[in-house]
Design a protein around this ligand. Structure first.
Ligand code: 6PG
Length: 251
């Protein structure tokens, strides 16, 4: 696994660098395969990047007609619920991006259980990438966040989902961090099949988890983000100064 850490002066510069990486990944993916498959991260941090990508100076830089958007995880709430990751992406990106509806594959949350939603999303991925019996899909770029507890996507410390090695998508009870709702999440086999992963980590609250994951090689059960080790792909950690503040501190 090739891993790079970039420490940016602030969250605005982090959003710019993330947008630059997304534009570069899109160009390379379209040149190589004629399309760009991008997994969006939830939470708050990526909002600034999504808004940048659909701002007047950036919106023409992405090949929207060849771009396909997916979600790394979702809260088990309706898409118009303010806790929904799709809701955030719609507000910050989808409502302004010239992208066709059938190029956006949100995680369904309208079935009766999170597990059924996970199975349905896996079916949709299999339809897009090919049968589930084959290797997990290789997304061109997966955006991920880092929870203060070291979770990523909805892979929470101590959760059964961390051990899932077959299913491409699974469900999970809430972690300790809000919102306390069930989740649906891509699993490690899919995350680790990605060509490129970029973590967006901003704010002092992430400092302890970022230092642990990046410097202490913690058990995945304790800090799930440490389980993101793409077999062929690259991982880039974008941290702002605040999130990187403990990187040079003594143990
Ligand atoms: C979610 C996210 C989650 C998020 C981290 C960081 O559904 O909440 O997928 O993994 O990326 O919790 O969230 P913030 O960016 O809001 O700090």
């Amino acid at each position: 696994m090739s891993r790079e850490i970039q420490i940016l002066p602030n969250a605005d510069r982090l959003a710019e660098v993330a947008a630059e990486m997304i534009v570069a990944a899109a160009a390379a993916s379209v040149a190589a395969r004629g399309r760009f498959t991008l997994v969006l991260s939830g939470g708050r941090t990526p909002e600034a990047t999504y808004a940048l990508l659909t701002s007047p100076e950036w919106i023409g830089q992405l090949p929207w007609d060849k771009t396909f958007l997916f979600f790394g995880d979702e809260r088990f709430v309706p898409p118009d619920d303010s806790r929904s990751n799709f809701h955030m992406a719609r507000q910050a990106l989808l409502s302004r991006a010239p992208i066709a509806a059938d190029h956006v594959l949100p995680i369904p949350t309208n079935l009766s259980t999170p597990a059924e939603c996970a199975a349905e999303y896996a079916r949709q991925l299999a339809k897009f990438f090919g049968p589930q019996s084959s290797a997990p899909p290789s997304f061109d770029l997966v955006l991920l966040g880092l929870g203060d507890d070291g979770h990523t996507a909805s892979l929470f410390p101590g959760a059964a989902a961390l051990a899932e090695q077959q299913a491409w998508v699974t469900s999970s009870p809430p972690g300790v961090l809000p919102p306390p709702v069930d989740r649906i999440t891509l699993t490690f086999p899919v995350l680790n099949a990605a060509r490129q992963i970029v973590f967006l980590v901003a704010g002092a609250g992430k400092g302890k988890a970022a230092r642990a994951v990046l410097l202490d090689d913690p058990p995945v059960q304790k800090r799930p983000a440490a389980g993101v080790r793409p077999t062929q792909g690259t991982v880039t950690w974008l941290l702002d100064q605040a999130a990187a503040a403990l990187m040079n501190a003594e143990q």
